[in-house]
Design a protein around this ligand. Structure first.
Ligand code: FPP
Length: 244
């Protein structure tokens, strides 16, 4: 049972948690249900993750909802997910707003349905002043495509003569990332027993602690996220240096 009612006293709370919410399809298949039922069930785990982040005072949460590779799934499943995103935004933004959640979408928008993009933009505008938790939802996101876009923008600055190649530092890259202005994730969680990064935030997770859980995403409850945060709080992070 998830017990904490007040912010738990831990040494070190992650400032940014990234989650690869994997295993929805298998969860449904194990129950003889269509895969889409797994995505619906996964939504409750996402609500729970938001609640836990707010309780623990984690200021940033990024979730992988749809990758650039997910377009290769059967069109029925892709359509279901796109409609689910739109419904969720329509029905849940008010509650997220009340909770103090600032919504931010990361990923390429140009090949998403215009009605979905409109909804994403209006949710971002409505919640832009909230400061309890920034929730980045990755839709049509891929780490490589993010870095390609960054490269194009930096190359354009060089071509225009406003940036010297030898003056390019990490800062010139960071300022074009979707997560500009945010701390890098210090904890990356992937559920369902898989231990891959799958093109998620590949620049940003350079120093993240990796946490692989066996549970499928719809089974990953509040206690499980609390356990992952406790795991993180016990790590000793050195960022390539030595402990002083
Ligand atoms: C991965 O499981 C999950 C997804 C591709 C979709 C995740 C979406 C949700 C949890 C709904 C959240 C809604 C919003 C608005 C963010 P999988 O299908 O790859 O599972 P499998 O590996 O068992 O097949």
């Amino acid at each position: 049972m998830f017990k904490p009612q007040v912010k738990p006293e831990l040494n070190d709370i992650p400032k940014h948690i990234a989650i690869i919410m994997d295993g929805n399809g298998r969860w449904a298949e194990q129950r003889g249900l269509p895969r889409t039922a797994g995505h619906k069930a996964g939504l409750q785990s996402l609500r729970d993750a938001i609640t836990v982040c707010i309780l623990y005072g984690v200021p940033y949460l990024t979730v992988y909802a749809f990758s650039t590779e997910n377009w290769s799934r059967p069109s029925k499943e892709v359509d279901f997910l796109m409609n689910l995103f739109e419904d969720v935004l329509k029905n849940e933004t008010e509650r997220l707003h009340q909770q103090g959640v600032k919504l931010n979408f990361i990923g390429l928008r140009h090949n998403l349905k215009p009605s979905l993009v409109q909804m994403m933009e209006s949710c971002e505008a409505k919640t832009s002043a909230n400061d309890k938790l920034t929730l980045n939802i990755a839709i049509n996101y891929g780490g490589r495509s993010e870095l390609l876009e960054v490269t194009r923008k930096v190359a354009a600055q060089v071509k225009a003569g406003t940036l010297e190649p030898e003056k390019i530092t990490e800062n010139e890259i960071i300022e074009h990332l979707f997560t500009k202005g945010q701390p890098d994730p210090d904890l990356l969680i992937r559920t369902s027993g898989e231990s891959r990064i799958s093109n998620f935030l590949i620049w940003q997770i350079a120093y993240a602690e990796l946490y692989f859980a066996d549970k499928l995403w719809p089974d990953f409850g509040k206690d499980d996220l609390a356990e992952a945060i406790e795991f993180y709080s016990k790590r000793e992070r050195r960022f390539g240096g030595l402990k002083l």
